[in-house]
Design a protein around this ligand. Structure first.
Ligand SMILES: NC(=O)c1ccc[n+]([C@@H]2O[C@H](COP(=O)([O-])OP(=O)(O)OC[C@H]3O[C@@H](n4cnc5c(N)ncnc54)[C@H](OP(=O)(O)O)[C@@H]3O)[C@@H](O)[C@H]2O)c1
Length: 253
C-alpha cells in the first residue's frame, strides 16, 4: 500500500522564489503533503510552468521582490482567499559574482534589494497574517560564514539574512511564531547560471566545488527541502532563531 504523508494538510504556505530550484521543489513537497501553497516568481515562462505543474493546490503569483510594494497585492489576495498564513518560506534570491575591483554600487544595491530587503519585507508584510505557531524560514547560504573570492556582496546579503532569523525570531516569539534559516551549500539549480560567469568559468567553479565539498558533490534541491519541511513542522516546535546548514560539510571542516 502506498503511504501518503499528509503532514501539512490544510496549512497555508507562502513560498517566494517558488518557480525554480529549491523553492519549486519545496512547493512540490508541500503540495504533496496536503498544503495550500502560494508561490511567487518573476519570469513569466517559469510562472506558467509552475502553475501547470503544481495544479489547483497552488496559487502562482508574480512579485518582483526588488520592489517591496509588489508584495502588497500578493498579501491582500492571500488575506481575501485564505485569511491567514501558517508557513512563510522567504527564499527568493540571486547573486552576481564580481571581484573587489569590479564591484559597482548598482550591483550592491541590486543584490541587497532582492536578497535582504526582499526577505525583510516578505516577513514584515506577511506578519499580520501569521497564525499562532506559524513558522518562518529564510533562505541564507553557507556563504554567510565563509570568505569566497568574488562573492563579497552576495555573502554579505546572506549574512544579513542570517542575522534576521535571530532578530525577527526574537520579535515574533511572543506570538508563538518561530523564525529559522536554511543555508544551502552548492545545490544543482539554475542559480549558478545566473551569477554572470562564462561557461568556462562555471565549469572551473563547479570542478573546484566538487573537489572541496567533503561529501564530494553538489546537493540536490530536495535535500534543502527536507530541512525546510522539518523547520516548518511541529517536529521543530522548540527551535527558533537557528539555522540548518545543508552543504555537504563545506563550511564545517
Ligand atoms: N543553488 C545554490 O547553490 C544556492 C546556494 C546557497 C543559497 N542559495 C539560495 O537559495 C535560494 C533559491 O535559489 P535556487 O538555487 O533555487 O535558485 P533559482 O533556481 O535561480 O531560483 C531563484 C528563485 O528566485 C526568484 N527570483 C529571482 N529574482 C527575483 C526577484 N527580483 N523577485 C522575486 N523573485 C525572484 C526566481 O524567479 P524567476 O525564476 O522568475 O527568476 C526563482 O523562483 C536563493 O535565495 C539562493 O540565494 C542557493
Amino acid at each position: 500500500m502506498t503511504h501518503f504523508n499528509r503532514n501539512f494538510d490544510n496549512k497555508i504556505v507562502l513560498i517566494t522564489g517558488g518557480t525554480s530550484g529549491i523553492g519549486l521543489e519545496t512547493a512540490r513537497q508541500f503540495v504533496a503533503q496536503g498544503a495550500q501553497v502560494i508561490v511567487t516568481g518573476v519570469t513569466v515562462q517559469r510562472l506558467d510552468e509552475a502553475r501547470q505543474e503544481l495544479g489547483e493546490k497552488a496559487l502562482v503569483l508574480v512579485a518582483d521582490l526588488r520592489k517591496p510594494e509588489s508584495l502588497d497585492a500578493v498579501i491582500s489576495e492571500i488575506s481575501e482567499r485564505f485569511g491567514r498564513l501558517d508557513v512563510v518560506f522567504a527564499n527568493a534570491g540571486a547573486g552576481t559574482a564580481s571581484p573587489l575591483e569590479a564591484v559597482t554600487e548598482a550591483q550592491i544595491n541590486e543584490q541587497f534589494a532582492l536578497n535582504f530587503n526582499g526577505t525583510f519585507f516578505t516577513v514584515q508584510k506577511a506578519a499580520p497574517l501569521l497564525s499562532k505557531g506559524a513558522s518562518v524560514i529564510l533562505t541564507t547560504s553557507f556563504l554567510n560564514s565563509v570568505g569566497t573570492p568574488g562573492l563579497s556582496i552576495l555573502s554579505a546579503t546572506k549574512a544579513a539574512v542570517r542575522s534576521l532569523a535571530r532578530t525577527l525570531g526574537a520579535e515574533l516569539a511572543p506570538r508563538g511564531i518561530r523564525v529559522n534559516a536554511v543555508s544551502p551549500g552548492p545545490i544543482s539549480t539554475p542559480f549558478h547560471g545566473k551569477l554572470g560567469l562564462s561557461d568556462a568559468q562555471l565549469k572551473e567553479v563547479a570542478a573546484g566545488i566538487e573537489a572541496s565539498v567533503p561529501l564530494g558533490r553538489f546537493g540536490e534541491a530536495g535535500e534543502v527541502t527536507k530541512a525546510v519541511l522539518f523547520l516548518a513542522s511541529d517536529q521543530a516546535s522548540f527551535i527558533t532563531g537557528d539555522e540548518i546548514v545543508v552543504d555537504g560539510g563545506l563550511s564545517q571542516f
